[in-house]
Design a protein around this ligand. Sequence first.
Ligand SMILES: [Zn+2]
Length: 159
Amino acid sequence: MTFAHLRPVRLVVYALAACAMTACQPGNTTTYGSSVPNTPVNFELRIQGQYATFVPAGDIKMYTFTQPQFPTQMMGYAGLLVCTTFNETYAAFDLCCPHCVSKRATVEPDGMFAHCPNCGEDYDISYGLATPTQGISRERLKEYHCYYDYARGTLLIRN
Ligand SMILES: [Zn+2]
């Protein structure tokens, strides 16, 4: 018996490892690089309650939050933008413009865009990607994870 028999198996293992590291990551992650500093996020919204109209229905609704409602909540670097998208999903981003990288340069809801009044960039929120449209910023907004907890009727936002 020679070791030649092992080669195809090892190639498959390498391929799987490479895939796990790069191409097979789901799209909705925060693992891409961002100029916005990594800062803890722990926030939740009572959809079945105070935010009863904030449900994904194929349109864009946006809320911004800069102050924690409870001491255990953490708001990311400059605060949170939470929205519904044309895809009928929730999405959440840091309010910090990744081009300006300043807590004083936070994006503001403007129709289907998040607008940075400091540099003028408009980030397209419509499909939950927050990509820059003016050619000023080279990065999209820093994205955070959204989970809907059906049992509690609560939207959880984490990083
Ligand atoms: Zn900016």
